[in-house]
Design a protein around this ligand. Sequence first.
Ligand code: SF4
Ligand code: SF4
Length: 321
Amino acid sequence: MLKKLLEEKKCFKLICGAGNENLEEVEKLVALYAKAGCRFFDLCASEEVLKSAQKGLDFAIPKDEQKDYHFCVSVGTENDPHFSKVTINSEKCKRCEKCIKICPQNAISQYFKVIEKNCIGCLKCQKACKHDAILTVRLNPHPTNSLLFTLYSLLSCIELHVSDETDAEEKWDYLCKNFDGMLSICIGRDKFSNERILSLIKRLVENREPYTMIIQADGSPMSGGEDDFNTTLQAVAMAELIQSANLPVYLTLSGGTNSKTAELAKLCGVDFRGVAVGSYARKIVKEYIKREDFWTNKAIFEETSKIAAELINSTLHHIEN
Ligand code: SF4
Ligand code: SF4
């Protein structure tokens, strides 16, 4: 059970990307990280993505040992940056290639077209473009979406990304009534004051039995942070704030852009149950994932899963000790 992972403080969650529909990449990431010891995977809310994740899991772990491996998908409030993709306005584009060079997902082709399935909406390209040629497209899975509803039986957890207070309670209420598993909220400090965060969280917690909910303290920005430590600092500050409220929830941290989140949280006295790692976890295995012999070259697979295992073990070490 997912609850057990959280109780035992062994909850390393690999974030494949809420908008990541690259089936091959998801399959490889899940296989690698499952082999390396990860048992919780955050995926795009799509049946095809879940099937690919299952294929990756089947590659790494025998069927009869998969009971304690868990899939989660995310839904968002309005304006959630996790669910953006981008397009390029060819009339404004000057073909400078800055966006191609900065994209962590190889999602922009040499013809300056966005490969939609690869785009995770990190918006790094948009920040790099000096010609205002990159537009954001919002795709926001709603919990009442019938397609998502059909996935509920495959999931241990659903996460609500709270970027906007207005519809958070309505969506949360729907999930509480319709989904039996663990619910999670992922919340950052960039849009809310401390008082507003705590008052919103307290209202959401009222709807749940004790310890059937995860609060994932997120960095700022919530998605697509640079590889510096600002997102980490924000996530730890957010976790401290939630901890101060003494709620019957499992507190976890988002540590997507580097490997230091767990260490810093420990130094700050935060009692957390797990860490969710996205862009950093994908980055350290990126070159291997691209290889054509990924599935057939056992030595490469083992070498890469060792890299993933180092991240998992160093993260869990800080939680457990
Ligand atoms: S950074 Fe902007 S102008 Fe440069 S290639 Fe990309 S979209 Fe075009
Ligand atoms: S940089 Fe980020 S938002 Fe831009 S195309 Fe690549 S993945 Fe998508």
